[in-house]
Design a protein around this ligand. Sequence first.
Ligand code: SAM
Ligand code: SF4
Length: 474
Amino acid sequence: MIFKPQSYKIADRPMQGFIDVDEINNYLATANTDKGYVREVIARSLDKNRLTLEETAALVKTTDPELIEEIKDGARKLKEKVYGNRIVLFAPLYVGNLCTNDCQYCGFRTSNKSAVRTTLEKNQLIKEVEALEDNGQKRLILVFGEHPKYNAEFIAETARTVYSIKKGKGEIRRVNINAAPMDIEGFRTVSQAGIGTYQVFQETYHPEMYKIYHKGGKKTDYAYRLTALDRAQEAGLDDVGIGALFGLYNWQFEALSLVRHTNHLEACYNVGPHTISFPRIKDASDINIDGKYFVNDNEFTRLVAILRLAVPYTGLILTARENAQIRKEVMRFGVSQIDGGTKIELGAYSGSGCEQNLDKEQFRINDNRALSEVIDELLSDDYLPSFCTACYRLGRTGEHFMEFSVPGFIKRFCSPNAILTLAEYLEDYAPLHVFDKGWLMIEKNLSTLNGEANVPEIRKRLERIKQGERDIYF
Ligand code: SAM
Ligand code: SF4
């Protein structure tokens, strides 16, 4: 992997701001969209180089339909090259929606008096996790509002509880967190609970726009949020996720800012974010957001393809905020993780399959399918669904290890682990038609691995899984 040296107006220093609005706008205003240059940029990305802001600007400002197709085609190829055909699956678990902030786009904001406020009690948490395990989930992201009750110790304790809950052959092997920014000590506390990724989305990287949307509470502090993941790194939590909420401001500005954030973390800590999220604003209880910056489906597809090319080694997460059709479409351009079987109303996994109720949710989700239906479609589309959690459990994270940069790693580790975790899912949780389809997919993938992975050893382990052994990984 080649890092092209980059220098920006604001030098990268740990725990200091790095967004210069004029600089980003200048890259956008002066973008070189000549055919030759845009093609050069796509080729550089296909050589697995991270792109500079100047190069990313060329991609976002391109309007030529032929070049846009080439960008999408490049993203498709790069995804194949770097990630293969795996899609990692997870589910969100909302733990509590008390919140002291007043984010104008969110159903949990303080000024929304119709929101029904709840925090899962321990027995409810257990029921939720058991229900998720009964569906076959292995990876969760715990989601919290921002409230003194949800301090680092509370979040750490919740993660520990989740790890301890085992129902039948089920267990949660990776707990990620999406919660408010913490101080260094707080990040240390949650890190010690053995969490996977800690996500904090900047929402909008434009400081003035940020002020407009964040009217009350601690989240009004743009700079504290911007440097949150620096503090995580300082605390030794080197697996972090960034994101922007698309629809708050110009998507092209946010795309460059996400790349800038990636560069900043690399410059200061030698390791970029593990994942980037790019949620689009969805309807929420009582919100009234001016649609001026909403991102349409065409722009959204371009955005995903451009992010894929700009940061070849960073996982891209697409959630059930989007409907099944658009998920299917953009998955081809570089998404590496999706959620399945998602419910975001507190207590809904163990409840009675409740109808969506905006007063109890943060926003409306648009893909309500069960996990088995999502897996069924992935298999039909020739993806290899994966519940793998091997890397972080073996300490293969952060600076010392970048899974996608080690040649041959995917074929030796990721694909075999995807196959083993899919086999567990098929044996324990899949409906019959998915079971049959899944085993065919496993055979198909084994045949493509021949010569590049130890297929006889994978077959032996598959036999052990059929015999009832679980949690076997490379
Ligand atoms: N309270 C924490 C925070 O704000 O960082 C935890 C995250 S919040 C529960 C998860 C994310 O959901 C937010 O960072 C935001 O990007 C996103 N979100 C909020 N309102 C949304 C909406 N109406 N549509 C889509 N995503 C939304
Ligand atoms: Fe609270 Fe997070 Fe919603 Fe803002 S986005 S109101 S901080 S839950």
